[in-house]
Design a protein around this ligand. Sequence first.
Ligand code: SF4
Length: 353
Amino acid sequence: MEIKDLKVDLLCLGARVSGVDKGRKGGAGPAAGGMFSFGNTVTNVPTQSWFVSLSPYSVELVEGKYILKRAGERITEVRFPAAKFQELRTKDGISYGKIALLHGTNCVATTTIQTCAYWDTPKRCKFCAIELSLKSGATIAKKKPEQLAEVVGAAQKIDHVTHVTLTTGTTATSDKGIKHLAACASAIKEATGLPIHAQFEPPDELSMIDLLYESVDTIGIHVESFDVAVLKEKAPCKAEIPLQQFIEAWKRGVELFGETQVSSYIIAGLGERDESIIEGSRLLVELGVYPFLVPLRPIPGSDMEHEKPPIPDRMRHLYQVVGEILHERGMSWRRNKAGCVRCRACSALADFE
Ligand code: SF4
């Protein structure tokens, strides 16, 4: 089985890791982070959702090595990237792991504002879990720029991270959280010089995006789906934003940051047809925006926790077609400087380019 096919299987089916988790002493583990590194890729594998118990994949500790098995047969060795920085604490006693986490093999990621204006309303995205980790005490509500500078600085020194992903819940203000993203990015940039990715909703004023120009290298403005009926049901807040507003924001982003430095998540498995994903990806690629195509991740505790991701064969077909669209345009994840596109743990598109 090719690495890219295995990656799609793991993204869609997940893997059982229970025995392994008990056997590990601490740090970022498969149960906590689910980051599996194998071959020349890394995959963010579901390990806690209900459907994982049906997966043919499991990980076992064999003579000190983590072995990925399918129906009990050895497939390959997997590694779980270390995140020693997460074990440290700030001077005021907050665990670094509550401020930022290692994503993939070399990206440090955080949600700068862990609350969302839509959370307690019928408009919230049904696939989202932003405030669940806050309620569980796994993180803090708002990360201060100086805290992030300290934590990312440590991640750079200790774990040799090479880029940063900043996301945010949408605020009730017209900047949609961009001002705080800019403050956080400036502090991190000054402390580390690392390339930084920032994700946000299209702001009311396009000039808000310009605030990020000095400190940020790449941006993500996520449409989630090009099917309006699906959006209305699964992400009502996004359905209220006209597609044209996304297009203007993407265009402004490409003008500022360059082709392939702007991306949009597209989630497969919300109830859309393949055509909407393929045509939507074509539109993004024409604008110079990278379509970060991911299978639905039903997160335990979210409104969609009982759903299932799309089947691997559907995702392989979509990745194949969208990979060809990228190829025709000469776009590749390799040119992207920071964030999800460079990390590629949550999408197998890079592996199909
Ligand atoms: S692709 Fe993005 S969200 Fe997924 S692990 Fe990497 S940085 Fe995190």
